[in-house]
Design a protein around this ligand. Structure first.
Ligand code: APR
Length: 234
């Protein structure tokens, strides 16, 4: 499938959907229940930090209680067998890839199990519940926030991700609607580098036409089948 080259895999909320974590834009998704401007922007946090912490406290509890599904486990198996040839980039803030055994996961939208001090930049493992008055363990300022990337903020690891895209022979997008940039542009970056591109999703994404190949179905079925093929076990 990919020859001996590097595979870059981008995952989105669809990868964790069958672990019970909500997606954003499907029917009943998070952005139909909450106003993202109020809970996922720096302005919303400045206006009402308690509301934002409540939102992420609830998502953190769900993420901590969730169990990796067959898609997470298959990707961990691929990484284990192809070690440094597989780069896993995720838009997800849960730790299900890591809990399935994946290593070096690039969380471009941050991690809900991490906390960040808006005053000094210190990062630490977030407590189950965060509150606006919590003092930063390093500088003491009551400026703690979830270490997640909000709309209008710069995603993490972008230079490293573009470097991997420039050198990959296969780019796979899994469980993402392709509606949020810069992740939605990764397929074009990979094609410009001459890579093969594959979309694995429940249904066509906003950028499905940009992919050479597409396979649709639940991640827990489509991803293990694809990994088995790549590992030559099929
Ligand atoms: N298996 C595979 N794909 C699925 C499944 C499933 N079981 N369930 C849903 N999907 C697909 C949907 O068809 C959709 O294309 O997952 C995608 C989820 O899309 P979104 O809800 O938009 O999530 P995502 O693409 O990860 O959003 C990107 O937007 O709000 C921000 O920061 C947030 O990281 C998020 C970013």
């Amino acid at each position: 499938m990919a020859g001996a080259g590097k595979i870059v895999i981008l995952t989105g909320a669809g990868a964790s959907a069958e672990s019970g974590l909500g997606t954003f834009r499907d029917a009943g998704g998070l952005w139909q229940k909450y106003d993202l401007a109020k809970v996922a922007t720096p302005e919303g946090f400045a206006r009402n930090p308690a509301l934002v912490h409540d939102f992420y406290n609830a998502r953190r509890a769900n993420a901590l209680a969730a169990v990796p599904n067959a898609a997470h486990r298959a990707l961990a198996r691929l990484q284990a067998d192809w070690s440094d040839k597989v780069v896993l980039v995720t838009q997800n803030i849960d730790a299900l890839h890591e809990r399935a055994g994946s290593h070096t996961v690039l969380h471009m939208h941050g991690e809900i199990e991490r906390a960040l001090c808006a005053a000094c930049g210190h990062r630490w493992q977030a407590p189950a519940e965060m509150r606006p008055a919590d003092p930063c363990p390093a500088c003491g300022a009551p400026a703690t926030r979830p270490d997640v990337v909000w709309f209008g903020e710069i995603p993490y690891h972008m230079e490293e991700i573009y470097g991997h895209l420039a050198g990959c022979t296969l780019f796979v997008a899994l469980g993402t609607s392709g509606s949020v940039w810069p992740a939605a542009g990764f397929v074009a970056e990979a094609r410009a580098a001459g890579a093969e591109t594959l979309e694995l999703n429940l249904e066509p994404s906003d950028v499905s036409r940009a992919f050479h190949r597409r396979r649709y179905g639940p991640a827990s079925e489509v991803v293990p089948a694809w990994v088995t093929e790549v590992l030559g076990e099929g």
